[in-house]
Design a protein around this ligand. Sequence first.
Ligand code: NAP
Length: 164
Amino acid sequence: MLIYLWAESHGGVIGYQGQLPWHLPADMHFFKTTTTGHTIIAGARTFASFGRPLPHRKNIVVSHRPAADFPADVTVLGSLTAVRTYARAHEAEQLFVVGGAQLFAGLLPDVDQLYRTTIQADFPGDTWMPEIDYSQFTRIGHQIGQTDERNPYPFTFEQFQRKN
Ligand SMILES: NC(=O)c1ccc[n+]([C@@H]2O[C@H](COP(=O)([O-])OP(=O)(O)OC[C@H]3O[C@@H](n4cnc5c(N)ncnc54)[C@H](OP(=O)(O)O)[C@@H]3O)[C@@H](O)[C@H]2O)c1
């Protein structure tokens, strides 16, 4: 099953200068607990933003570059077709597509579930979430995030399932 997991602020901003525009530890914690033990699929720019393969989960990177350019414990897929083939072969697993915008745009017809964090604040951005037709999805969960000193913006976690 292919699952998108991302955080967006006002206007669908998801990235700025190769990084996240915000620092929101509660969302990083959500990312970690949700993806640990599963598989993450990242575009090469998003993978570079991690700085290393993320521990305790299978790391897949999508890139035109050869596998030798990446750490040995990373699986490199060279096209979105290769991602789709991988997803079909691992249908029972939770495969979290964690961005960036290029992957989110390219795999939209294939995604089964959406895990969206919405941050109710304005941030400068240069990367945006592609438009999603939410009428094709049913909301199956939502939690309001706890705003505090370390997480100073209102934020919400939501999960959606593609309608049959
Ligand atoms: N807010 C969030 O939840 C969130 C999540 C993820 C990322 N982000 C942010 O988004 C930004 C990065 O996103 P991005 O859209 O610029 O980049 P990206 O999707 O992470 O990576 C783009 C790269 O992926 C590879 N790629 C993409 N499509 C491919 C295809 N069809 N076949 C083979 N390789 C393909 C290419 O790598 P090669 O050039 O190596 O071939 C391409 O340069 C950063 O600012 C990041 O922090 C935010």
